[in-house]
Design a protein around this ligand. Structure first.
Ligand SMILES: Cc1cc2nc3c(=O)[nH]c(=O)nc-3n(C[C@H](O)[C@H](O)[C@H](O)COP(=O)(O)OP(=O)(O)OC[C@H]3O[C@@H](n4cnc5c(N)ncnc54)[C@H](O)[C@@H]3O)c2cc1C
Length: 430
C-alpha cells in the first residue's frame, strides 16, 4: 500500500490523527506551523500543546467525558494513553504534566519513519490530496480564508463569548416555570424561567461580583467586552444593572405566586436536542468551578448539570451540520476531513476523539473499506452525530455530554457499560 495522507496542524486532534494513520502504515505528510509561527495562545514548540488548563476533565464513567476517554483508551488513542502516563494527582480528574505530555507525544510521532514533518504554515487546501485539517480554534488567517472560500463564504464562524448550557433534567421543576415574555410566541412557551426573590438575587449578586475569573490572553482584549459583556462585568456596574438587562422580570408572571418575580434568569432550548438549555445572555469569563457555584445559587439551578461552560476566547469553527457528515468528512469534498475544534466540537478530549474518528475513516476510505461507525449510544459517536445533525442556524460548538448520548432510561453507569461494549466489539474488527 502506498497511500499518502496530509495532516495539517499537530495539536490534540492532529497528533491523534497522525498516530492512527502512521501505525496503519500510511505515508503521512504532517504540516505544523510551530515553531516557525505561533498563534497568540500557543507557546510550546512541541506537538499536542494544552493551551490552557492541564486537566482533561473527569475520569469517572458516570461523567460523559470520562466515558469518552475510556472509549478512546480502548481505541488505542496515543494522546489519552500519554495523558495517563504523565498524569498528576487531580482527584477524579485526569490532570497531566503538560510539558511531559507534549514532549512524549512529539517523540512518538517523530519516531515513525513514515511521517514526514514540514514546519510551515499552510495557506491553501489541495482538495485532490486526502487531507485532515486539524488547525484548531486559532487556525492561521490565510488558511481560514481559504476554507471559507471552499465552504461558500458564510459558513465559518467565530465566537468570542459563549454562555453555559445545562441539562433540563437536572433543573428543579418545582422552582422554574415555562413561559415566553408577555406570552408572545409559541403556544406552550419556549423559555424555562428561573425566578429569584430579592433575597435570593442578593446572594447570587454578591457571589457573582466576587467570583474568580480566567486571566485573559493579550489577544482576548477589550473588543470582546465591548460587543459581548460578560455577566460578571455587567453586574459590577451596579446592583440593579442585571435587573434591567438579562435578568429582567418584566412580562413574566410566576404561575405559583401569580406575581412578577424580583429577577428571572431565562433558559432557551439549545438546538434541536430537547434536554439542553442555554443560559440566555450569561456569557462569562468565570472559572468553570465558579460558574457552577454561582449559577447554582439560583433555586431552579441548585443541582444543575453543566454540559458546557461559558467561555470567552477566539474560536473559529465551521457550520458542521451543513458541511460535515458524522465521520468528520466534508460532504462536498470527500477527500477532506476536518477534525478538532475547527470541526465544531469543543474541548480537549472531544478534539482528540474527532482526530481519531476522522483518521480511522480516512484510512478506511483509502483502503476502500466501509466506514467504521460508532452509534449515538457511545460518547464518541454521539458527539459526531450531534455536530453533523444539529440545527444549522446558529450552530455552536459542543462538548461531550449525556444530553446527546442516546439511551432507554438506564442509569449513567449502565449507559457507559453499553457504550464500552460497543466500542470493544468494534475495536476487535479494526
Ligand atoms: C485560549 C484557549 C483556551 C482553551 N482552554 C481549554 C481548556 O482549558 N480546556 C479544554 O478542554 N479546551 C480548551 N480550549 C478549547 C480546545 O479544546 C483547545 O483549543 C484544543 O487545543 C483544540 O484542539 P485542536 O487540535 O483542534 O487545536 P490545537 O490544539 O490548537 O492545534 C492546532 C495546531 O494547528 C497549528 N496550525 C494552525 N494553523 C495552521 C496552519 N495554517 N498551518 C499549519 N499549522 C497550523 C497550530 O500551531 C496548532 O499546533 C481552549 C481554546 C483556546 C483558544
Amino acid at each position: 500500500m502506498n497511500k499518502t495522507v496530509r495532516v495539517i496542524g499537530c495539536g490534540l486532534a492532529g497528533a491523534e490523527a497522525v498516530y492512527q494513520l502512521a501505525k496503519r502504515g500510511f505515508e503521512v505528510e504532517l504540516y505544523e506551523q510551530k515553531p516557525v509561527k505561533f498563534s497568540p495562545a500557543h507557546k510550546n514548540p512541541n506537538f499536542a500543546e494544552l493551551v490552557c488548563s492541564n486537566s482533561l476533565k473527569s475520569n469517572e464513567l458516570t461523567n460523559s467525558c470520562g466515558l469518552l476517554k475510556e472509549e478512546l483508551r480502548i481505541l488505542d488513542s496515543l494522546v489519552i494513553k500519554t495523558a495517563d502516563e504523565v498524569s498528576v494527582p487531580s482527584g477524579a480528574a485526569l490532570g497531566v504534566d503538560r510539558e511531559l505530555f507534549s514532549q512524549k507525544i512529539t517523540e512518538k510521532i517523530k519516531s515513525f519513519s513514515n511521517v514526514k514533518i514540514y514546519y510551515q504554515t499552510v495557506e491553501e487546501i489541495d482538495t485532490t490530496i486526502p487531507t485532515i485539517i486539524a488547525t484548531g480554534p486559532l487556525t492561521d488567517e490565510k488558511l481560514l480564508e481559504n476554507i471559507k472560500e471552499l465552504l461558500g463564504n458564510d459558513d465559518l464562524y467565530f465566537f468570542d463569548a459563549i454562555a453555559p448550557i445545562v441539562s433540563k433534567s437536572s433543573l428543579d421543576q418545582n422552582s422554574y416555570f415555562i413561559a415566553n415574555r408577555y406570552d408572545k410566541g409559541g403556544e406552550e412557551g419556549d423559555y424555562i424561567n428561573c425566578p429569584m426573590s430579592k433575597e435570593e438575587y442578593q446572594v447570587f449578586y454578591e457571589e457573582l461580583i466576587k467570583a474568580k475569573t480566567v486571566e485573559l490572553h493579550d489577544f482576548e482584549n477589550k473588543k470582546v467586552f465591548e460587543s459581548c459583556m460578560p455577566i460578571e462585568i455587567s453586574a459590577k456596574r451596579g446592583f440593579k444593572t442585571l435587573l434591567f438587562g438579562i435578568l429582567k422580570p418584566k412580562g413574566l408572571i410566576d404561575p405559583k405566586t401569580g406575581k412578577m418575580p424580583y429577577a428571572v434568569l431565562q433558559l432557551r432550548k439549545e438546538s434541536n436536542f430537547n434536554d439542553l438549555y442555554n443560559l440566555v445572555g450569561c456569557q462569562t469569563n468565570m472559572l468553570y468551578g465558579e460558574q457552577k457555584r454561582v449559577f447554582s445559587l439560583i433555586p431552579a439551578m441548585k443541582n444543575a448539570e453543566f454540559v458546557r461552560y461559558g467561555e470567552m476566547h477566539k474560536n473559529s469553527y465551521i457550520n458542521a451540520p451543513k458541511h460535515l457528515n458524522k465521520f468528520y468528512q466534508l460532504k462536498n469534498y470527500p477527500n477532506i476531513f476536518i477534525a478538532g475544534q475547527l470541526s465544531g466540537v469543543e474541548g480537549y478530549v472531544e478534539s482528540i476523539s474527532s482526530g481519531l474518528y476522522a483518521a480511522l475513516n480516512m484510512a478506511n476510505m483509502l483502503k476502500n473499506k466501509s466506514f467504521v461507525e460508532f452509534s449515538n449510544k457511545t460518547a464518541i459517536g454521539s458527539l459526531s452525530e450531534y455536530i453533523a445533525t444539529a440545527n444549522q442556524n446558529g450552530f455552536q460548538p459542543m462538548n461531550s455530554n449525556w444530553g446527546i448520548i442516546s439511551h432507554n432510561g438506564e442509569e449513567k453507569i449502565e449507559r457507559a457499560e453499553i457504550a464500552l461494549q460497543e466500542i470493544k466489539q468494534k475495536a476487535k474488527n479494526m
